[in-house]
Design a protein around this ligand. Structure first.
Ligand code: SF4
Length: 467
């Protein structure tokens, strides 16, 4: 194994080819095209194979990062996918949507030189390479333990729990409220960032492992948690954060004002992105304002462009520096022509005589002292109000956990934001035989954090089941 002191540093981080901005803003195909084989090997050769790899320490699901990178560098892609899948059941998803720059790549020793190994791109490369080979390899499953676990919610946390526990011999059933599995991966993230076929492929893999999947089943309505507890030895709740926040300003009930959740669900789940083969239920808006500065706001703005909007604005109350979205997503939106109105706050939506939004009244802001989040607080500039014409507004300022399960499950303790309270070390809730994790506990966060929470809960459920 090369020693990092002896190996010559290669600071040339390989770029991943992408569709050109003027082309991609007119289609819903995936914008980033993935590494070709030769580029992946060159990038993998940059890894120093550190003895104490900080990249692994920063990975919420503890992937053996130098291990799979070494396999790529040695042209052993089968070996690489085995190492990767040992800890991560959703590599094609994580390779695309995880904020690696804040996690593994931030820990990479080469990040100190400004050029961390492109761990996410290499992860994606391996997952896509495996998909191109046809049927994935299925690991041997141990003898059944006879224990049954119900997983509520088919998003990243639930999929991780299901994958981890089935590999330990337990019988797993996932109950998903929608007609498609994947949770936020399906309804929340657009096709151009995470193709639906990739999520379906990862779900198919779980089915091959033996996980039973029941869709169109709303736990809390179809059956309660207590009712399921009569049949299952343990329950994991990973029902996500699907309750959108609004700003509570006048005019939010006008037609043409959407929550990001509604806007993206209409597109992603109701196949608006396949228009004209499918009729999109979204009106063809020409001037769209998206409120917020996170990845969801970028997704909504870029979706609006692809639907044919002439002008799309992101309205954000702080500056570019404080934006919570990934830099890569901000740059993608900028390249595609999204207009950013920084230090701007909408204070009122104004409608026409038919109740459709027509204009937004905004207020200019300036940055004051840092607030509790450490970011500088936006302060309104008195008298700076102005009006901009817009025929659609998408509010992308965040979500809370869905209240259905807490409301229908006696004995389940919740926090002030409606989040289910758990023991951080185990994912155990206040209710006997019930665990929880992902956005329903943390509020809307990242895919990999939800997966990390699922892994912690799966470990604890297994310990309980084997007693
Ligand atoms: S990815 Fe970076 S931190 Fe991890 S082993 Fe390679 S060089 Fe070291």
């Amino acid at each position: 194994m090369p020693d990092k002191e002896k190996k010559k540093l290669d600071l040339n981080r390989r770029e991943m080819p992408k569709q050109l901005p003027e082309v991609r803003r007119q289609n819903f195909n995936e914008d980033a095209l993935g590494y070709p084989e030769e580029t992946a090997i060159q990038e993998a050769l940059r890894c120093l194979q550190c003895r104490n790899p900080k990249c692994v320490a920063m990975c919420p699901v503890e992937i053996d990062i130098p291990g799979f990178i070494k396999c790529i560098a040695e042209n052993d892609f089968f070996g690489g996918i085995r190492v990767l899948k040992n800890k991560n059941l959703l590599p094609a998803v994580c390779g695309r949507v995880c904020p690696q720059e804040e996690q593994c790549e931030k820990g990479c020793i080469l990040s100190k030189k400004g050029a961390p190994v492109a761990i996410g791109r290499l992860e994606r490369f391996l997952a896509d390479w495996e998909a191109a080979q046809g049927e994935p390899e299925v690991p041997p499953i141990p003898k059944p333990t006879g224990k049954k676990v119900a997983v509520v919610g088919g998003g990243p946390a639930g999929l991780t729990v299901a994958g981890d526990l089935i590999k330990l011999g337990h019988q797993i059933t996932i109950f998903e409220a929608l007609h498609e599995m994947g949770g936020v991966l399906i309804y929340g993230i657009p096709e151009f960032r995470l193709p639906k076929a990739i999520v379906k492929r990862e779900v198919e893999y779980l089915k091959k492992l033996g996980v039973e999947i029941i869709t169109d089943f709303v736990v809390g309505k179809t059956r309660t948690v207590d009712s399921l507890l009569q049949e299952y030895d343990a329950i994991f709740v990973g029902s996500g954060a699907g309750l959108p926040w609004f700003m509570e300003v006048p005019g939010e009930n006008l037609n043409g004002v959407y929550s990001a959740n509604e806007y993206l669900t209409r597109m992603n789940l109701m196949k608006g992105f396949l228009f004209p083969q499918y009729d999109t239920p979204i009106k063809n808006h020409q001037h769209v304002a998206v409120i917020g500065g996170g990845n969801v706001a970028m997704d909504c703005a870029r979706t609006a462009l692809r639907l044919g909007a002439e002008e799309v604005h992101i309205i954000y109350r702080r500056s570019r520096q404080e934006m919570p979205a990934r830099l890569e997503e901000i740059e993608n939106a900028e390249e595609e022509g999204v207009i950013f109105d920084y230090l701007t706050l909408p204070v009122r939506y104004i409608g026409d005589e038919n109740g459709w939004v027509q204009e937004i009244e905004c207020l200019k802001m300036e940055l004051g002292e840092p607030d509790a989040s450490g970011r500088r607080r936006p302060v309104p500039i008195e008298g700076s109000n102005y009006i901009i014409p817009m025929d659609a507004v998408v509010c992308a300022i965040g979500n809370s956990p869905n209240p259905l399960i807490p409301e229908t499950t006696p004995g389940l303790e919740v926090g002030k934001w409606g989040n289910i309270k758990v023991d951080e070390e185990t994912g155990k809730t206040s209710k006997d035989r019930v665990w929880a994790g992902g956005d329903v506990v943390s509020g809307a966060a990242t895919v990999i954090l939800a997966m990390g929470a699922g892994r912690i809960a799966a470990r604890s459920i297994h310990e309980y089941l084997v007693g």
